[in-house]
Design a protein around this ligand. Structure first.
Ligand SMILES: Cc1cc2nc3c(=O)[nH]c(=O)nc-3n(C[C@H](O)[C@H](O)[C@H](O)COP(=O)(O)OP(=O)(O)OC[C@H]3O[C@@H](n4cnc5c(N)ncnc54)[C@H](O)[C@@H]3O)c2cc1C
Length: 462
């Protein structure tokens, strides 16, 4: 039986572990932290101390420039009691049709989840219950030929448009409100505001899925960690092991081949080693001398993406509105790409999602920015105002019922932002038997979907 050592119990590492353990590999996952999940982490408000919260956020390149009241007061008054917090806003694209759900379903460990289409805030600043309502019948008729054209595109034609900026495609084929709607969608599909940097192929690929029956968004009960726990269960069920608090100090490489991992001074021999670390960090444990210089240089310079998130905890709410994530676009914010897109997710506040105490509601929201903008106090202030303004449109006078608000701001949301000029590496590395999985690896989708898909592809290739 071939031994596979996986470094990191993030979503990518756990998916690879689950699939390879099903295929009969002897899987050992080494995770340096006390819990699985990596960036798909959900924190229990009841157990969290201020000190731990600050440390965890720092570990994941997140800071908290704003909160209402101050973080100190939130903890002194135990306001987080009964709440669950992801590291920041989390949504899972196409949860219904996702390979992740299939893996969990096949083993009977799927957490209940909510799946939905998008609502939208129209340019006239009206909150539309559904993207479809936003379009009149005449609008839809006008859109038909374009959608038909997209639907008929072959995969090869789509991938030819890999390096064509969305801006160029929109200039060529779309105008008025169609352009407006597609501009917003392209931004939140890619988590990038600058249309010059977004690949047309990427957006068309997702839109093709959208055209089908799949609901584009979803969220698991108990937060994003729930799916990671399910995957860890599958690994154990199939005879694999997930070792917590086992930091890998080095990947052993000899004559260009990966031979195992060093954990606490002990060498654990493996036939195959899979790294789940963000690619910029891989060379902290894989000595650079074993890789071509330009490969190392390219990987460590890849850029992530950023966002300003918001958690609004409300003490009262009309539950009938808790249905969909509502997408919005704020114009002329002075950010890269000029406008910024964001989402206010009303689905995660449903009582059955179990993210807040009885009778209270946690609404998650975010607005996209670059990592540099996420570190800039003034830019973050502007983005936070845009979030609050759109929240007010969705829920007028929400401040009257606000118990607390947190604004975790991330400058490493996606490991590698999916842009034309920031090409993700392949799973296979120049070192034999050393592979990589996670959201930094060239694969379908962004964020959690990309992490899962990279592992699905690797497990097929091995
Ligand atoms: C604030 C925020 C909001 C987000 N929102 C969304 C969203 O709405 N939708 C979406 O799809 N995605 C979102 N993402 C991205 C999503 O969380 C990630 O894409 C996904 O969790 C990444 O998984 P991964 O497998 O690539 O690795 P990671 O989660 O980075 O996991 C890597 C693991 O490796 C471990 N590790 C590192 N070094 C070592 C070592 N030496 N030894 C052992 N273990 C080690 C780490 O502790 C970690 O557990 C968001 C991320 C953030 C931060």
């Amino acid at each position: 039986m071939k031994k596979v050592g996986i470094i990191g119990a993030g979503l990518g590492g756990l998916t690879a572990g689950a699939l390879l353990s099903q295929k009969g590999y002897d899987v050992n996952v080494f995770e340096k932290e006390k819990v699985v999940g990596g960036r798909s982490l959900t924190l229990e408000g009841d157990e969290l101390t201020l000190e731990d919260y600050k440390k965890i956020l720092h570990r994941f390149d997140i800071w908290m420039p704003h909160s209402e009241p101050s973080l100190e007061e939130i903890f002194e008054r135990n306001l987080l009691e009964g709440y669950r917090l992801d590291l920041g806003f989390h949504l899972l694209g196409f949860i219904d049709k996702s390979p992740l759900t299939k893996i969990l379903n096949d083993e009977g460990v799927t957490p209940p989840y909510s799946a939905s289409r998008f609502g939208v805030i129209s340019p006239e600043k009206e909150v539309m219950h559904d993207f479809k309502e936003y379009l009149s019948i005449w609008d839809k008729l006008q859109l038909m030929p374009l959608l038909f054209r997209f639907a008929l595109l072959r995969r090869s034609t789509i991938s030819d448009m890999d390096k064509v900026p969305v801006e160029e495609t929109l200039d060529k084929y779309c105008k008025d409100w169609i352009r407006d709607a597609l501009e917003t969608a392209a931004r939140y599909i890619s988590t990038v505001n600058d249309l010059e940097k977004i690949s047309t192929a990427e957006i068309l690929g997702v839109m093709k899925q959208w055209g089908g029956n799949a609901k584009p968004t979803g969220y698991p009960k108990g937060g994003s960690i729930a799916v990671c726990k399910g995957l860890a269960e599958i690994i154990k069920k199939n005879g694999g092991k997930v070792h917590l608090e086992k930091k890998v100090d080095e990947i052993s490489i000899k004559n260009g081949e990966a031979k195992g991992v060093m954990v606490g001074g002990e060498k654990k021999e493996q036939d195959i080693v899979i790294s789940n670390l963000p690619v910029q960090d891989v060379f902290e444990i894989a000595p650079k001398k074993h890789f071509p210089e330009d490969y190392v240089e390219k990987l460590i310079n890849l850029e992530g993406s950023g966002s300003v998130c918001a958690y609004y905890a409300l003490e009262d709410l009309d539950e009938s509105i808790l249905k969909k994530p509502i997408a919005f676009r704020e114009r002329d914010l002075g950010v890269e790409g000029k406008d910024a897109a964001g989402i206010i997710d009303l689905q995660t506040a449903k009582p059955e999602m179990d993210m807040s105490p009885n009778g209270e509601y946690l609404i998650q929201a975010y607005i996209i920015c670059t990592p540099e903008e996420a570190k800039d106090k003034d830019k973050v202030k502007t983005l936070r105002k845009a979030l609050d303004k759109n929240m007010e449109l969705v829920l007028p006078n929400y401040k009257d019922d606000l118990k607390f608000a947190l604004y975790p701001t991330s400058y490493h949301l996606d490991g590698v932002a999916k842009t034309i000029y920031n090409e993700k590496p392949h799973s296979k590395t120049p070192v034999k038997d050393l592979y990589m999985v996670g959201d930094c690896i060239k694969s379908t989708g962004i964020g959690m979907n990309c992490a899962v898909d990279s592992a699905v592809q690797l497990s097929k290739d091995l």
